[in-house]
Design a protein around this ligand. Structure first.
Ligand code: FES
Length: 106
């Protein structure tokens, strides 16, 4: 299992155990992490699963694919480390990954 941490806007931390191969979004939904809506169910078509990858993890996780980048245009307050969490597949080497939830989602 891979440990993921979601940090809310009030700095509340949600630590979850993720199955490699699942997406970061799926783990947020399964654990009821507030601020991740995922209205399209992971089809890269809604941008309500927007997160900021923690600076320490930005290189390891990498940037968005072109389709994801297009959809990120619809997200609020996009930053250099913005990703759609449904497009981040959990890998064993992401153990300890930290992502931040944007202030306003959707
Ligand atoms: Fe809709 Fe990620 S869940 S874009």
């Amino acid at each position: 299992m891979t440990k993921l941490t979601f940090v809310g806007i009030d700095e509340t931390r949600f630590e979850v155990e993720a199955e490699p191969g699942s997406t970061v979004m799926e783990n947020a939904i399964r654990n009821g992490v507030p601020g991740i809506e995922a209205e399209c169910g992971g089809a890269c078509a809604c941008a309500t699963c927007h997160v900021y990858v923690d600076d320490d993890w930005a290189d390891a996780v990498g940037g968005p694919e072109p389709m994801e980048e297009d959809m990120l245009d619809f997200a609020y307050d996009v930053r250099p480390t913005s990703r759609l969490s449904c497009q981040i597949k959990v890998k064993p080497e992401f153990d300890g990954l930290v992502v931040h939830i944007p202030e306003r989602q959707g």
